[in-house]
Design a binder for this molecule. Sequence first.
Ligand code: NDP
Ligand code: 8X3
Length: 255
Amino acid sequence: MSTQPQTALITGATSGIGLATARLMAAYGVRLILCGRRRERLDALKEELSPRTEVLTLRFDVREREAVTQALSQLPEAWQAIDVLINNAGNAHGLAPIQEGNPDDWDAMIDGNVKGLLYVTKAVLPYMLERKQGHIVNIGSIAGKEVYPAGNVYCASKFAVDALSKAMRIDLYKEGIRVSEVNPGLVETEFSLVRFKGDAGRAKKVYEGYRPLRPEDIADLIWFIVTRPAHVNIAEVLVLPADQATSTLVNRRDT
Ligand code: NDP
Ligand code: 8X3
């Protein structure tokens, strides 16, 4: 028998995979704590989803440890019973061979994708440990399974997410907390727009000539994972577009 979570916290809810997951969970009536940096998007999302469920929005940068701790460690009591944490916030910054890489981009990826995930998890875990119940879903990537040209530091950050997901599962399984990892291939979101620093033409090309995954595909998968019965944990999933075989093999038909 499947079970449905009552309260979920999603980081990176203002766009892409996190946004699609928020919308899907709201449709099922899950109470949502939605996080991101863009206040106007958080406000719009709250207005959009509030007719379907209760929504609490929190604005912080996952790279700022103090801000993360402040926002999450003293949640109103009614919001402390978090059943599901979706560690989704993250991005690639730049795509350059290591010898041409920009250390500011490296910092943004290591600090956001790795340390940010740790800070958020650290702040949310006490609520789960107290109830001996919870489910953490980390969004990794195919980039955390195989390295591709010029992917260097982004790949390293997602290899770290892979290692941390396995490590968290080992440390938390006796505490009643499930840890799952979802590793998507190419998903059409704002990901490439961020990676290419607002160059919309270059970003668009990443998704041309084949059918990329939609953020809703990943939201469906996350929903499946978090609604399994309590004795089931989907430890990890690699999900690709049918037109993608590896990080570098994509069947582009008309480019
Ligand atoms: P988007 O750029 O569409 O969304 C990224 C989300 O993360 C936004 O909501 C953004 O919100 C938030 N975010 C980014 N940096 C920070 C930060 N420092 N602090 C707080 N929030 C932050 O990309 P996706 O939806 O594609 O990416 C979501 C996750 O999926 C990422 O971890 C990405 O690595 C992973 N992924 C993406 C794939 C793809 O092909 N798109 C494939 C595999 C994995 P805001 O700007 O408002 O803070
Ligand atoms: C995002 C997918 O292949 O651009 O993690 O790294 S990829």
